[in-house]
Design a protein. Sequence first.
Length: 403
Amino acid sequence: MAKPARGSGLIVTLAAAGILMVTMGARQSLGLFVSPLNSSTGLGITAISFALAVAQLMWGVVQPVAGAVADRYGSAKVLFAGLVVLSIGTAITPFMGSTFGLVMSLGLLSAIGSGAGSFSVLIGAAAQRLTAHERGKSAGIINAGGSLGQFVFAPLSQALIQLLGWMGAMWSLALITLGALPLVRVVGPPASVPHDSHPARSNPWRAVREAMRDRSYLLLHAGFFTCGFHIAFLVTHLPGEVGLCGLPPAVASWSLALIGLANIVGSLLVGSSVARFRSKYILAVMYGSRALLIAWYLTAPKTAWTFYIFAVGLGLTWLATVPPTAALVGKLFGIRYLATLFGLTLLSHQIGGFFGAYLGGIALARSGDYHWMWYADMALAAAAAVINLPIREARIAPVAQAA
């Protein structure tokens, strides 16, 4: 079996990180549009939260589908279509004055487009060009690209909203999205996939059937569900929490930016750690730290610096769960259908995301704050830490011995 070329793998990794920077950056800054969109349309926080919750769900639904298509026909066509659809969905959102219209633009089109240009396709494309030892670091770099997007797009979106209004900001983001299209050619056609002796390699449906009968895979799904709940709740409603505390919108945009900046560090550290420590323990530590961080936030005074410190703490684990989760899927089932199987795991993540975004809106509408959502989020994070421990994973072999 020929060893994957390091140069081509690195180039694809960096291009994939650039695409994720755009798709995740645009997606993770949508919470900044909730208040101006509500003021402009009068739809109400519950309706807007529902549209964004549908977006969370659809972003997950498209992951295994996009992954399966990329596994079969290559990643380039999937990524090109995703960026175009994301741009269209963003561009038509200002014309939507009803809940149904908002669900169609943000909940369906934008979410499907960003999902097609996200983790399952990008990490799958890079993994096929790398050795097993290099895949964790590659996933960390790609993940860091998404975090850099959040760091860049959150203050950029806030500035565009103040300068051009929320409609002009949406149209600007639609144009920026198209700027990532040249990177699709770099990710390009699929590399030849190394032969994998795993028995579930004949077709994706057999791989899916085998995976869904595996207890470790299901436990991984359960933990990732809670991760989605946590992230979607915060990315959608953290700006609202900041407003309830009487702080200006700039605190919310910089908090989201700091989450993205800290997650660059977290993603790179975790991506490198995957080759040295078992992924299930990395995930348990990260989920447990979230529960402790939320407990600290609930007792801390609600100042701007509290939100900034909270954001940095969140950012260290934010989407840094992706590299060890993808690594576990690859260890359990190989890489031939990694995009498909990891896409299904991301679907579980986004089902949790649907509930995190939607229940946050319901909680605010009924009680006027997010008090009970914080407790639910803390409990789920603690549960996720425990759920990952029984996952079947071999000890990490030293590189020299593995060779």
